[in-house]
Design a protein. Structure first.
Length: 264
């Protein structure tokens, strides 16, 4: 399945996915230091992030298996492959459950990292998609255009005759550009909107790029691929999140100002 491997054991896909996860945390830590977020909360979120990431991989496999089973029940329910959005949904659910459980201990502090977490996800996901490119998965439809790529056939080790659209690499570029743009904007003036912007931008992009995917997409909702269904919900949910984030940010700023005045 993964033709680009080191010693036939360590795959470039695995290395890049692991590096992507690491960079999620590195970006979070650097921005938390930049924003002077409470170190105890940074440590707490780091632990929650590790648990969420681990659980996210489990959900990524579970969702893909569910799609495959719905598409063809005759193959049975088996774990074969991963889907990013399934992992994102599962990981986000775990993250929210754990932060909610400790909400009294860290009241209001979730707002402090509202815009830094999605930046880490963007960079990490970008590296993961480069890993997909190296693995020859998540590819696009056949094409004879100049952008076509002939992936390595895992069975023969030779380039495939039919070139395909490198949707994995296109997505990696989009995610990296989105990361750079949103990071520059945030560093110029911190704001609470990156999570909402991430959901809207990626939701729209992923919905469109799905039309160019050539691998098996699974089945979930008639007329839409599973990823298009979740992308649509993701983009729609991002709109009210803009106003929710604004309210939470304003409230948090007032709390910090009050704390500063009391300690003065």
């Amino acid at each position: 399945m993964y033709p680009y491997a080191i010693g036939g054991v360590i795959t470039l896909y695995g290395i890049l996915v692991g590096l992507g996860v690491l960079m999620c945390f590195v970006v979070f830590w650097l921005l938390a230091k930049h924003d002077k977020v409470d170190k105890r909360y940074v440590d707490f979120i780091s632990v929650v992030g590790v648990v969420s990431a681990a659980g996210g991989f489990g959900f990524a496999a579970l969702f893909q298996s569910l799609y495959d089973y719905i598409s063809d029940p005759s193959v049975g329910f088996r774990y074969n492959g991963l889907t990013f959005q399934g992992g994102l949904i599962g990981g986000a659910a775990i993250f929210l459950i754990l932060t909610f459980a400790f909400r009294h201990k860290f009241k209001g502090k979730l707002t402090d990292i509202l815009s830094s977490v999605p930046l880490g996800i963007l960079l990490g996901h970008s590296l993961g998609r480069v890993g997909c490119f190296m693995a020859g998965c998540c590819y696009g439809k056949p094409t004879d255009s100049w952008i076509g790529v002939a992936f390595i056939d895992a069975a023969t080790g030779e380039p495939m005759e039919q070139k395909v659209i490198p949707t994995n690499l296109i997505e990696a570029v989009f995610l990296f550009v989105a990361f750079v743009v949103l990071l520059i904007i945030y560093l110029k003036k911190p704001h609470p909107y990156n999570l909402a912007l991430y959901m809207i931008l990626y939701g729209i992009f992923r919905f469109v790029i799905e039309y160019f995917r050539g691998d098996a997409r699974g089945s979930f909702v008639p007329g839409l691929s599973p990823s298009q269904f979740w992308s649509l919900l993701m983009a729609i949910a991002g709109i009210p999140l803009i106003f929710i984030s604004k309210y939470a940010w304003k409230k948090r700023r007032a709390e910090l100002k009050a704390e500063s005045e009391q300690s003065a």
